[in-house]
Design a binder for this molecule. Sequence first.
Ligand SMILES: Nc1nc2c(c(=O)[nH]1)N[C@H]1C(S)=C(S)[C@@H](COP(=O)(O)OP(=O)(O)OC[C@H]3O[C@@H](n4cnc5c(N)ncnc54)[C@H](O)[C@@H]3O)O[C@H]1N2
Ligand code: MOO
Length: 406
Amino acid sequence: MLTRRTPISVAQAQAKIAAVPLTAATEVIPTAQANHRVLATAVLAPYDYPHFRRAGMDGYAILADDDHDFPKEFTVRGEIQAGATWTAPLRPGDAVRIMTGAFVPDDASKVIRIEKTRPVTGQENKVQILTSESKTNITEKGTDGKKGNVILDKDQELNPGGLAVLTAFGIDQVTVYQRPRIAIIATGTELLAAGAPITPGKIYNSNGLMLQRLIEENGGIVDFTAQLPDDKNRIKQVLNEQIASHDIVITDGGVSVGDFDYLGDTARNADQLLFNKIKQRPGSVTTAFIQDHTFVMALSGNPGACFTGFYLYVEPLIRRYQHQLSRVKKVRATLAAPYNKTNGFDRYLRCTYQENNGHYRVYPNGINRSGSLANLQTTTCLALIPHSTTPMEVGTETDAWLLPFK
Ligand SMILES: Nc1nc2c(c(=O)[nH]1)N[C@H]1C(S)=C(S)[C@@H](COP(=O)(O)OP(=O)(O)OC[C@H]3O[C@@H](n4cnc5c(N)ncnc54)[C@H](O)[C@@H]3O)O[C@H]1N2
Ligand code: MOO
């Protein structure tokens, strides 16, 4: 039976997803594996960094009391290499040869660079220091971070620089938010796996691979993918199995009103139906519901709609599991080339854009039908064509969403 659906706006649909509370699961992982992961707790310095007074130059360490009346000769008491220490007190007139990065004797106040010294002929244990230095050439303990202070705040995505900070402070494990575990179920008897011979009426499951890589690029873990024929019982069985073991299950196709579109029924009987019709093109059939605390995001099988639905609804959700905002950047833009089609629903047009001094111009990108996909490689933004009975004129201002990784 055909059940009437109640369409809601894109903003309402996004708000419904955003209103579902997420359980903030965290895990402790090795720092070496934490690139692009998000810190779930602030990291405090376990000790001062550097934790010893460190020479910034190759030269000679001297006492403050000797730092005057140059040039003069000093007695070289020894040498400190990087990685070594020094405990003997310096006496007036002493200098210690020291290397960049080495431990500075506690009583030394300055490192005079080697360029400002000269050897004393015939006296191996002497050095002549020619002038003083305006800088100490010593990095004091705790310059980069004092014990107990926050060195990295929570809720930030780690990058290789951050991993260096953690490692420098001896932190080899970090607490991060768990990435959402996601299953992808593509449905349709017409679907073929990549590599299978093409036969009449069949198509390759191109959305499956696209979704998998989109999810991974945005921080989700895809640990289950399936491609199922339009068999109601089989789809239900796989869907229920995956709901039990995932944060999000993404289905693709079978969400319209055709004889084999089963997801609409499943959505209506779910624990919580979020929406099953949106006032948008492409992807008006996009549906979302909660079952056993798992999100089921039912995207349209039409490739253009599947792509758009991912960025409008799935990307922000994946990012929220990581306590991060969407990377889809909303800007104001002008339509730079004609798009003559009108629509009863707002259209999210696949476009390219040019930016000039903060002003964005958007260009409709090839064929923009829901079922077309030739422009998916080159599309860099979505632009809003508001619902209307007259075409939007070139030069009109509108909203556009710049896509990440593009
Ligand atoms: N009588 C009506 N028919 C349709 C309506 C409607 O309101 N009344 N809505 C149309 C709109 S709009 C859309 S969008 C589609 C949505 O269809 P589904 O999401 O249920 O998807 P399917 O019917 O399964 O497939 C649509 C299209 O996409 C191809 N497809 C499916 N899966 C994949 C995949 N994994 N990779 C690549 N391409 C895929 C499929 O072969 C179809 O061509 O419904 C309209 N119909
Ligand atoms: O809802 Mo469908 O608008 O063609 O993608």
